[in-house]
Design a protein around this ligand. Structure first.
Ligand code: ATP
Length: 280
């Protein structure tokens, strides 16, 4: 897949390529999860799901609370064992700390006693790969996301949106070929969320990173993705994959376009019977 490069964004050149190779493919085969609970009924969090995600694709997972979005994401990230089925990432069975995979959570989880730069460099420090090139890469990414003035500041000196930006840079520092994002912008106001949507797309368009992005927010899911996985709850399951045929690069005007609204409406229509059913 070819990503168009937005005008005006910083160019990272060769340092923008994922270090772990270009394979960011994800194959999910009959993957299911039931949580067993002592002295209580088990919870069927996810019925068997089949899904293939190609390298460099942007897929949003959208659906109501409890439909298994985080469960699915954590199984892709190897942080949770499946009850059934298989998931492979970059051609290997999913596992925790896979070098090709990075995960970004809703809360930025920056360490408050480290500066922005030291937070961003932490994964490389832990992996023992920190060198001058990594530091330069961190500077390039911080510049790209508008944080270069803040590299020596501490998290409490930044707004929520800026902290989330720093966390995104940290999640990119190891040049993952797969980035898993669990509602990274949910705690932000609408304006900041939309701005970060554009920044995330700009970074994604410069790289060949596969992104799986969990959100409750249907317009956000559509704006960002190549495909939207629409999920339902009780039990958690995948209802439909919706292709987003809006051109790239995406821009603000598209949020008002008839096609955008049509896609948002279509996803709402898929989910509506589920929501009504749950309310009965
Ligand atoms: N550790 C656990 N033990 C038991 N049940 C769990 C556990 N984790 C999640 N569940 C249940 O599994 C189902 C799916 O949860 P999951 O967090 O994956 O959904 P979600 O779509 O990400 O929800 P939300 O949007 O609220 O974050 C829910 O019914 C949830 O209560």
């Amino acid at each position: 897949m070819t990503h168009l490069t937005d005008v005006g964004s910083a160019t990272l050149g060769s340092v923008g390529e994922p270090a772990s190779g270009s394979d960011g493919s994800i194959y999910i085969d009959q993957l299911a999860k039931t949580y067993e609970r002592p002295k209580q009924d088990s919870v069927q969090a996810l019925l068997p799901v089949d899904l293939s995600i190609t390298s460099g694709e942007f897929v949003s997972l959208v659906g109501p609370s409890g439909c298994g979005k985080t469960t699915l994401l954590m199984m892709i990230g190897g942080l949770l064992d499946a009850t059934q089925g298989e998931v492979s990432v970059a051609g290997e069975p999913a596992r925790a700390a896979h070098p090709a995979v990075s995960i970004a959570f809703q809360k930025s989880t920056l360490l408050r006693w480290r500066t922005v730069m030291d937070n961003v460099l932490l994964p490389a420090q832990i992996a023992g790969t920190l060198n001058a090139q990594t530091k330069q890469y961190a500077r390039d990414l911080l510049e790209m996301i508008g944080l270069s003035q803040f590299e020596n500041r501490y998290p409490h000196e930044l707004s929520g949106g800026m902290q989330q930006r720093a966390a995104i840079v940290r999640s990119l520092i190891m040049k993952p070929s797969v980035l898993l994002m669990d509602e990274p912008f949910a705690a932000l106001d609408e304006f900041t969320r939309e701005m970060l949507n554009d920044e995330l797309l700009r970074i994604w368009q410069e790289k060949s990173t596969t992104i799986v992005f969990v959100t409750h927010h249907i317009p956000e899911a559509v704006y960002l993705a190549d495909r939207v996985a629409v999920m339902a709850a009780r039990p958690g399951r995948l209802l439909e994959m919706v292709d987003v045929d809006l051109p790239r690069p995406r821009n603000e005007d598209m949020r008002q376009s008839p096609r955008f609204n049509e896609l948002v409406g279509r996803i709402r229509a898929v989910l509506q019977p589920e929501v009504n059913g749950a309310a009965e």
